[in-house]
Design a protein around this ligand. Structure first.
Ligand code: SAH
Length: 355
């Protein structure tokens, strides 16, 4: 039995021909009625996957301390913005606000905005953050701010669509989703002209090359906000420090990998983030980009061990150790997850990342 989203996609493809991979991912995740994120809370044991803030409160607490440090380095502006992109259940922001709320003057000066497309997740965020004054925006381009900003996002960029390209003997091809014998299938067709700007400097033939115009647009909009208002951006996600070839698109359901073209709209689709190419976009807008580091380096520099010890002294549960190990250990999330930080308008060393 086809789901309503599958029926919709079939009709689209029958009418207009195969869909570019990026448009397919966009529909599967964010179709207004049937998209994966629009219809559910996907996190936790009962859901499909989990994320750092859902694993341990220590993650958000350290980012809270990092934000306070940045605010102080910015000269404690009387008015400023904290903006989170793709806040999920609101857990990260809730852990951050618990920490920053202890700093005199911080919450009086801060305007907090969550950028979220999903009505279901927006409801969860509203509940967990009910004691704070929060604004929401469905996208970054309609944000109208006039003061310095700290923009953060955890496991957000990986959810934005990508395209698959491949250099064959006859030239560059692009991956589409079509229908063959009644089934959704991948097919390779000629490159759409706007993707020519995203081709790699060095080519490896017949290997998948991932590009994400959506991520470039998003990160450029963030950098432009910082360019106009000054501030700092911090994005944490799985991905690579150097651009390389390879197919990293994956579908996840019930904490296991599944087929990308099955259960469309009912499984999460993500891919690794190419931080080198995003750095280029951010530099073009005039931001300073810090050295991309690993999550383990970032959390250790911010004092994850000391925070763990402090929580144990006040009787934290033994599971706290396990959670922190998962975030930091090299063979778990510690090395796979990278920290991408950029800023505009200040001379500053940013804790946890090197300039
Ligand atoms: N940051 C959270 C959730 C990560 S999941 C955490 O670490 O737990 C991805 C989040 O991005 C979800 O909240 C999803 O609804 C949101 N999202 C996906 N695409 C988006 C888009 N185009 N604009 C804004 N939010 C989006």
């Amino acid at each position: 039995m086809s789901s309503p989203l599958e029926l919709y996609l079939r009709k689209q493809i029958q009418k207009d021909g195969p869909l570019p991979l990026g448009a397919f991912i966009e529909m599967a995740l964010c179709h207004p009625q049937h998209g994966y994120y629009m219809t559910r809370d996907p996190f936790g044991v009962a859901g499909d996957f989990t994320t750092a803030p859902e694993i341990s409160q220590v993650f958000g607490e350290l980012i809270g301390a990092w934000i306070v440090d940045i605010w102080q380095k910015m000269g404690e502006p009387e008015k400023f913005n904290v903006i989170e992109c793709g806040p999920g259940r609101g857990t990260l922001m809730s852990d951050i606000l618990r920490v920053v709320g202890k700093i005199p003057g911080f919450l009086d000066s801060a305007s907090i905005t969550l950028v979220e497309t999903s009505p279901v997740l927006k409801d969860s965020q509203r509940k967990i953050l009910e004691s704070y004054d929060i604004k929401w925006s469905a996208d970054i381009e309609s944000l109208n701010i006039t003061n310095p900003a700290i923009i953060i996002g955890n496991e957000f960029l990986d959810a934005l669509p990508i395209e698959h390209l491949k250099k064959e003997d006859e030239g560059w091809k692009q991956k589409f989703v079509g229908i063959k014998d009644g089934e959704f299938v991948f097919c390779w067709e000629s490159l759409q002209p706007d993707l020519k700007d995203h081709l790699p400097k060095l080519t490896v033939s017949n290997q998948v090359y991932e590009v994400s115009p959506a991520r470039h647009r998003y990160i450029t909009q963030c950098a432009e906000l910082l360019n106009q208002n000054t501030g700092v951006g911090l994005f944490i996600d799985y991905g690579h420090i150097k651009t390389h070839f390879g197919d990293t698109l994956q579908a996840v359901k019930n904490h296991s990998f599944t087929d990308i073209l099955s259960d469309i709209g009912d499984c999460d689709l993500t891919s690794h983030v190419d931080f080198e190419s995003l750095s280029e976009s951010v530099k073009r807008v005039g931001c300073v980009v810090h050295k991309i580091t690993t999550q383990s380096y970032f959390l250790e520099s911010l004092g994850v061990e000391q925070r763990l010890e402090a929580l144990k002294r006040v009787g934290a549960s033994p599971q706290l150790n396990e959670g922190v190990a998962r975030l930091v250990d090299a063979d778990k999330m510690g090395d796979l997850f990278k920290v991408f930080c950029f800023h505009h308008g200040y001379e500053m060393n940013v804790s946890g990342v090197e300039k």
